[in-house]
Design a protein around this ligand. Structure first.
Ligand SMILES: [Fe+2]
Length: 279
């Protein structure tokens, strides 16, 4: 499955104005121009105890496509440099085959955060082999949440990190991840690869924040217009922080690319989200 058809890629190159020059810029320079996006996400009053919790997230490596170990190593270094409390990986480690996850995990093994490193799978991971991707991530100590939740504590204030399967693959089940939840249960941070799942859960009063990837921020964006092509389950929340019904979602642009391996007005991103007290 490709984000773009070859014909669309050619059209995008031409629309870039300088044609080949734009493609060269997007494939050689911007694709590796890694940006740390720092965002402050306001909490509801009842969850204010979690203020200053720092979450680093990254998604969409698509490592098997170009197998750029040096670039992944740079991503890992940048994440650790932020000294996050928690690291969440939001899926699509590979595009088509699961074997290269083994090499990717040699780099991800170096991720480090006091509350742990957690992962969810993306649609491409299911297509490549969900169980083998899970096995490789688990091997290096990354806990993969597939409709499961882990109760964590920040300065003795509990919260739950829930992770779902791919919504595109109809494997996402919020209720299965949090089976005994009541109104007095701890607040929830949710990781699910596809952002549009937020429409199903945003009314839940316990939900603080959903973390998602999948869109690549559009990967190729037109100035003053934005993302030109978006995938299924990635149409409503494209990039950055959104608020709906008192819950938030943050969508990362991710770090990898799908064919044609060009980024334009849409650099790769490490996301650092700090929860902050309400005004
Ligand atoms: Fe995806």
């Amino acid at each position: 499955m490709k984000l773009f058809s070859r014909r669309a890629a050619i059209r995008l190159g031409l629309l870039g104005g300088a044609g080949g020059g734009s493609l060269a810029y997007g494939s050689l320079l911007e694709r590796h121009h890694l940006v740390v996006e720092k965002t402050r996400c306001p909490l509801k009053k009842e969850h204010a105890d979690l203020a200053e919790l720092k979450i680093a997230m990254v998604a969409d490596f698509h490592f098997d496509e170009l197998q750029e170990g040096e670039f992944v190593s740079k991503c890992v270094e940048k994440i650790n440099d932020q000294k996050p409390d928690l690291i969440v990986l939001c899926g699509d480690y590979v595009s088509h085959e699961s074997k290269p996850v083994e090499a990717l995990c040699e780099h991800l093994d170096k991720l480090n955060a006091p509350l742990g490193v957690f992962a969810v799978l993306g649609n491409h991971d299911y297509w490549a082999g969900a169980d083998s991707v899970t096995k490789q991530l688990t091997r290096v100590g990354i806990q993969v949440l597939r409709n499961q939740a882990e109760t964590l504590s920040y300065h003795r204030h509990p919260f739950q990190l829930a992770g779902l399967g791919s919504a595109w693959e109809r494997k996402a089940d919020f209720k299965a991840a949090l089976p005994h939840s009541t109104v007095t249960s701890p607040p929830v941070i949710l990781a699910v690869h596809e952002p549009d799942y937020f429409d199903r859960v945003c009314k839940n009063p316990r939900l603080i924040l959903q973390l998602s990837g999948h869109t690549h921020g559009g990967q190729v964006c037109a100035p003053f217009y934005g993302a030109m092509i978006l995938p299924s389950w990635g149409k409503n929340y494209i990039s950055g922080l959104y608020r709906r019904h008192d819950s938030h979602i943050y969508v990362t642009r991710g770090v990898g690319t799908l064919f044609p391996h060009v980024r334009f007005c849409c650099p790769p991103e490490i996301s650092l989200i700090t929860l902050v007290a309400p005004n």
